[in-house]
Design a protein around this ligand. Structure first.
Ligand code: NAG
Ligand code: NAG
Ligand code: NAG
Ligand code: NAG
Length: 240
């Protein structure tokens, strides 16, 4: 049943994009973002550098409109220095549950291209959530993020992934090819897992998500420069 529905949605969205003359992106691995009713969410849309000068849009399959500018309960902001635009939706209600797309103007035919597809699910108790979707830490120090999941997701794959290159770290897997600077542990019985990033580097800044199964929650990490000499006082500096 689930797979039937998924296939159906797949064909509906393909037909839908073809009818609009919008080129779809490769890889239909759609992300489900779960958000609490009344809450807000920021979605990062990473794009290829060649689209830096082009217009970017947020497309809602619910009201079938392309939005390029901010309005009440919505911000669309281009961070061209990071090859990314972010969309923030606020005061989310059940009626906002549905498919959304990050779209760029290509300057050629077809004129628009989907670079990211997401299914937004507004729930009174989100399947996956974080307390604060914005975390920050100093260079050389550590940060931890606790990701909560509902009981339905207890036995699903838990991951911490970076949007930029889609690289993921997985709970309960020892992978020596990955850096030991990220550790994930399942907090047995507390319906959460904790991600610990140690020895932060400035290049670690950016958008991540924590996920259980197909449900995820985005998290933005800001790494700030360490003061000169901070290394010497790391034990004290990292606590501040
Ligand atoms: C929206 O369009 C304006 C005018 O073309 C442009 O300056 C701005 O960067 C666009 N915003 C995004 C997110 O693409
Ligand atoms: C913004 O959210 C508030 C609170 O839910 C709502 O009353 C208002 O109608 C929303 N505005 C728009 C333009 O959707
Ligand atoms: C979330 O964390 C950021 C940075 O650590 C902080 O500036 C912000 O106030 C926090 N927001 C909430 C709602 O706690
Ligand atoms: C591991 O760290 C190196 C630099 O120390 C970096 O180039 C590489 O991308 C990292 N690998 C992963 C999987 O994060």
């Amino acid at each position: 049943m689930a797979s039937y529905t998924k296939t159906n949605i797949f064909y509906i969205s393909v037909g839908f994009w073809l009818s609009l003359g919008v080129e779809s992106y490769d890889g239909w691995s759609s992300h489900t973002l779960t958000v609490q009713t009344g809450g807000s969410v920021t979605i990062p849309c990473y794009y290829d550098k060649k689209y830096t000068q082009q217009k970017k849009y947020w497309y809602s399959q619910i009201d079938k409109t392309f939005k390029n500018t901010s309005e009440e309960n919505l911000s669309v902001i281009d961070h061209s220095d990071q090859s990314l635009f972010t969309v923030t939706m606020r005061n989310l209600q059940n009626k906002h549950t549905g498919y959304y797309y990050c779209v760029v103007e290509t300057g050629e035919q077809p004129s628009k291209k989907t670079i990211y597809e997401t299914y937004l699910k507004i729930q009174s108790a989100p399947d996956v959530s974080v307390v604060n979707s914005s975390v920050s830490g100093h260079e050389g120090c550590d940060i931890s993020v606790q990701c909560f999941y509902s009981s339905d997701y207890q036995n699903k794959l838990k991951q911490w992934c970076r949007y930029k290159d889609q690289s993921c770290y997985t709970v309960g897997r020892t992978d020596t090819s990955q850096n030991s600077s990220v550790q994930i542990s399942d907090d047995d019985g507390r319906r959460s897992f904790t991600v610990l990033m140690t020895g932060l580097r400035l290049t670690d800044s950016g958008w991540y998500w924590c996920s259980a199964g197909d449900a995820l929650s985005p998290v933005h990490l800001t790494v700030t420069e360490a003061d000169i000499g901070a290394e010497k006082y790391k034990w004290r500096f990292c606590l501040s």
